[in-house]
Design a protein around this ligand. Structure first.
Ligand code: PLP
Length: 499
C-alpha cells in the first residue's frame, strides 16, 4: 500500500518511507492511497485471535512493504511490555457500554500502543531503506506522547529522541516521568508556552532547510513520532478491530452489527484510527469525538467552521488541551473527496486567519460519520464520581470526558446501541485530580500527587502502578527550559557531545 500526501505535491512513497519521514515533503500528512478492506469472514476469524495476531493481520495490510516475520517479531516485542496479557482489555460497565482500556503499557497512557511499536517499525524501515544516518526523532507532547516516545526509542540503535513539553501544561507525574528518563539517546526540554507553541516549534524545525542541512552534515536526519507519522496511526487501527473481536467472542454483538465508539480527543489521532477501521470494513457506527473545554473539534463537527481564535484553556484533561488538531487534516482530505488543492486552501486559511469554513455540504458529510460534544472540568469531576458510584469503575480525567459526552449524546438522541468507550490513561497518572473528584477537596488538601495516588488506591481497593509509585525516588536527568523560538538551539545544544 503506497501513501500520498494530503497536500498533493509530494511523491508517493511505500509505508516504510512514510514511517521514516513522518511529515511529507510538501508539509502534508501521508495517507493511504487506498485502504485495505477486510471481509466479514476475516473479522469473524479475529474473534478467536490474540491481540498480537489481529495486529499482524491489520498491520501487514497497512504496512505492506515490511517483512511479515520481522513485523510479527516487532509486535511480539512491543506488547510483551504490557502488564495486561490481553494488551487492551475490554470491560463492560453495563450491557451497552464497554470500556476499552488502552493504558496497560509502560507509561500508563494509550500512546504506548503505538509508541512501543513505532521504534521497532522505524528500525525495520531503516534497514529496508538502507538508512545509515542517525534518525533524530523530534516530539512535541501535551504530556503523554513524550514519555511514551522516550520509553519506546530509549537505546534503539541508530535513533535519538528529543521531546518538547509545555512547562506548565503537564501533570506532576507526567513531568517526572519525562525528566527522569534514562537512556543515552534521550533528551527532554521544557518550553515556556503551551502545547500548540511546542507543536508549532517542532513543525518549524522540520520546515527549516538550514537546520535540515546542518543535521545532514552531522549524519543525521529528522523524523517524527507525533501522530502525524503514519507509523503512529496504523497500530491504533488495530485496537478497534480487537475490541470488535472481543465483543463478538463474548456474544455481546452479532457479526455485522454496528458498534459506536466514544473517544476522548485531542490531536484527532485516536478517533481518526477508528474512522480508518470503519473504512477498512469494520462495522462501526457513530464516532463520538469528545473534547474538553478546548472544544474546537466539537464546534467544528456542529458547524463546519474550524476556529482557533479563542483562549487556550488549561483543563483537568491536559492531554486534550489542543486547539490545532494535526490529524484532522487527514479527515479533511477525505471530506474534500481527496482534492489536495481544497485541503491546501483550508490549511492556508488556518495559518493566515486562524479559521476556515468547510461549507454546509461537507459539514453534513462530517456530521454523518461523527458526532461531537464536550465536558468542562466540573462535569469531568462529576463523571468520575458518578462512574465510581454506579459501576465501581475508576476512570481518569480524559476517559471521564468521553463518558460524560456519551451520556449527553444518549440523552439527546435516545440512542440505545452498543458503545465502546476508549479509556486512554490510568487514573493514577492524574491521581491528584481523580482523588479530588472522588473524595473531595478536603481529602487531598496538602497532599502531593503521589500521596493522593496512595489515598486513591486505599479508598478504591486498587493499587498504585509501580511505574508511578517509583517516580519520586528516581534521579532528575533533564533540566532544560527554553522559549519557543530557542527550540532549534536547544536541539543543537542537546546534540553536543552526542556525535
Ligand atoms: C493523547 C491523549 C488523548 C488524545 O488523543 P488524540 O489521538 O491526540 O486525539 C486523550 N487522552 C490521553 C490520556 C492521551 O494521552
Amino acid at each position: 500500500m503506497a501513501l500520498i500526501s494530503t497536500r498533493g505535491n509530494a511523491q508517493t512513497v511505500p509505508a516504510s518511507q512514510a514511517v521514516l519521514r513522518g511529515l511529507a515533503s510538501d508539509g502534508g500528512l501521508y495517507v493511504p492511497q487506498t485502504l485495505p478492506r477486510f471481509s466479514e469472514a476475516q473479522i469473524a476469524q479475529m474473534a478467536h485471535q490474540s491481540y498480537q495476531e489481529i495486529a499482524l493481520t491489520v498491520l501487514s495490510a497497512l504496512l505492506n512493504d515490511l517483512d511479515g516475520k520481522a513485523l510479527a517479531a516487532a509486535i511480539g516485542g512491543a506488547y510483551a511490555r504490557f502488564s495486561a496479557p490481553q494488551v487492551a482489555p475490554l470491560l463492560a460497565l453495563d450491557k451497552r457500554t464497554h470500556v476499552l482500556e488502552l493504558f496497560h503499557g509502560p507509561t500508563l497512557a494509550f500512546k504506548d500502543i503505538a509508541l512501543q511499536l513505532l521504534p521497532r517499525l522505524t528500525r525495520l524501515a531503516m534497514d529496508k531503506q538502507g538508512e545509515a544516518r542517525e534518525l533524530l526523532v523530534l516530539v512535541a507532547t501535551s504530556g503523554d506522547t513524550g514519555k511514551a516516545a522516550l520509553e519506546g526509542f530509549m537505546d534503539v540503535p541508530g535513533t535519538r529522541c528529543a521531546v518538547f513539553y509545555p512547562q506548565e501544561g503537564v501533570s506532576a507525574a507526567q513531568r517526572l516521568q519525562m525528566t527522569t528518563q534514562a537512556g543515552s539517546n534521550t533528551h527532554v526540554i521544557a518550553v515556556k508556552g503551551n502545547f500548540d507553541d511546542a507543536q508549532t516549534g517542532v513543525k518549524a524545525i522540520f520546515a527549516d532547510p538550514a537546520f535540515n542541512a546542518l543535521m545532514e552534515a552531522q549524519g543525521r536526519v529528522l523524523s517524527s513520532a507525533n501522530s502525524i507519522n503514519f507509523g503512529r496511526l496504523a497500530p491504533q487501527v488495530v485496537y478497534y478491530f480487537a475490541a470488535y473481536a472481543r465483543l463478538l467472542a463474548s456474544g455481546a454483538i452479532t457479526l455485522g452489527q454496528k458498534v459506536n465508539v466514544a473517544v476522548p480527543t485531542g490531536n484527532f489521532g485516536n478517533i481518526l484510527a477508528a474512522y480508518y477501521a470503519g473504512e477498512m470494513g469494520l462495522p462501526l457506527g457513530k464516532l463520538l469525538c469528545a473534547s474538553n473545554a478546548n472544544r474546537v473539534l466539537a464546534d467544528f463537527i456542529q458547524t463546519g467552521v474550524y476556529d482557533t481564535r479563542r483562549d487556550f484553556l488549561k483543563t483537568l484533561s491536559p492531554s486534550m488541551d489542543i486547539l490545532i488538531s494535526s490529524n484532522l487534516e487527514r479527515l479533511l482530505f477525505e471530506l474534500a473527496d481527496r482534492d489536495a488543492a481544497t485541503v491546501r486552501g483550508w490549511m492556508g486559511e488556518l495559518a493566515a486567519k486562524g479559521r476556515y469554513d468547510m461549507g454546509s455540504n461537507r459539514q453534513e458529510k462530517l456530521a454523518h460519520a461523527f458526532a461531537g460534544g464536550w465536558a468542562d472540568d466540573h462535569q469531568t469531576q462529576a463523571q468520575i464520581k458518578d462512574t465510581w458510584a454506579q459501576h465501581h469503575y475508576l476512570c481518569d480525567t480524559h476517559t471521564a470526558v468521553a463518558l460524560h459526552v456519551l451520556n449527553e449524546h444518549r440523552q439527546d438522541t435516545g440512542d440505545s446501541d452498543p458503545w465502546v468507550v476508549v479509556s486512554t490513561a490510568s487514573p493514577y497518572k492524574f491521581g491528584w485530580d481523580v482523588a479530588k473528584a472522588l473524595l473531595g477537596q478536603s481529602a487531598v488538601q496538602g497532599l502531593d500527587d503521589f500521596q493522593a495516588c496512595a489515598l486513591l488506591a486505599k479508598e478504591t481497593g486498587g493499587q498504585v502502578p509501580p511505574r508511578i509509585a517509583e517516580l519520586p525516588g528516581l534521579p532528575l536527568r533533564h533540566r532544560a527550559v527554553v522559549e519557543p523560538k530557542a527550540m532549534p538551539d536547544a536541539v543543537l545544544e542537546a546534540l553536543k557531545g552526542n556525535k
